[in-house]
Design a protein. Structure first.
Length: 255
């Protein structure tokens, strides 16, 4: 009996290990899966709740067929097993691992567009929701890419904007300075952002809410910019601060 139980436990362990490996490259939820298809992300397999006739799910199935994606209609238990968030909404896509961009690719993208480089540098921002929101803002504000030491976020967000994963932000910034970029960081003690010239090749540095921008990274910046605030709370959410400053750069570029 004990031997049978050990065999069963090993099988369950092997199954969990397999599923965990499979989960490393999944996108779940209707919006994220549809974003993956529309942005051209190579989706290898699509798992769909068997019998689901919801209009949004049918649209995803049509996209999958257009892209020759392998379709698997499965029971809810199988989706729950694959899901990391528990919020799969009846669809899970299996995709190729995200390939991080190189910083050079971002500079090349700016050159191809005939624009001054605009990069967003993230210092110690680890919350995936914050990171996802900043990536979306970067895309809408016309940034050519982001660099971060951590890049855990929704695959849906990563599809649209180049993200470079770097180990040493200061060295990356110093290398970019040699290529003509100036760096401005968000800081409570900086000049009001409307008084800081953020035109030309620019890198916007955002730190996390708790500690802000690290000392060495801050010392590497050319300017510090402060968002004017009238309330009693001493700081903004990092993704909100990134959005406000990114659009001040957009405003200045439009003048």
């Amino acid at each position: 009996m004990s031997h049978d139980k050990n065999v069963h436990d090993k099988k369950m362990h092997d199954k969990k290990s397999y599923d965990k490996k499979e989960n490393e490259n999944i996108i779940e939820g209707r919006n994220a899966v549809m974003e993956a298809f529309r942005s051209g992300k190579p989706v290898d397999k699509l798992y769909v709740l068997d019998g689901c006739q919801d209009g949004a799910v049918r649209s995803i199935i049509r996209e999958a067929r257009k892209h020759d994606t392998i379709l698997n209609f499965v029971e809810k238990d199988r989706l729950n097993q694959l899901s990391e968030t528990g919020k799969h909404q009846g669809v899970i896509a299996s995709v190729a691992a995200y390939e991080y961009a190189e910083v050079e690719d971002m500079l090349k993208l700016a050159e191809e567009k005939g624009e001054d480089p605009f990069l967003i540098i993230l210092d110690n921002i680890e919350d995936p929701h914050n990171l996802g929101a900043i990536i979306r803002t970067a895309n809408q504000a016309g940034a050519h890419g982001l660099t971060a030491t951590v890049a855990r976020t929704s695959a849906g967000a990563l599809n649209y904007t180049p993200v470079a994963k770097v180990t040493n932000l200061v060295k990356t910034m110093e290398d970019l300075k040699k290529k003509g970029l100036w760096f401005v960081c968000a800081d409570m003690d900086g000049d009001v952002m409307y008084d800081v010239n953020m035109k030309g090749p620019i890198g916007l540095v955002i730190g996390n809410e708790g500690e802000g921008v690290g000392r060495l990274v801050k010392d590497t910046c050319d300017f510090t910019a402060r968002i004017p605030m009238k309330g009693d709370i001493d700081s903004l959410n990092a993704s909100v601060a990134a959005g406000v400053l990114a659009y001040e750069i957009v405003r200045q570029r439009m003048q």
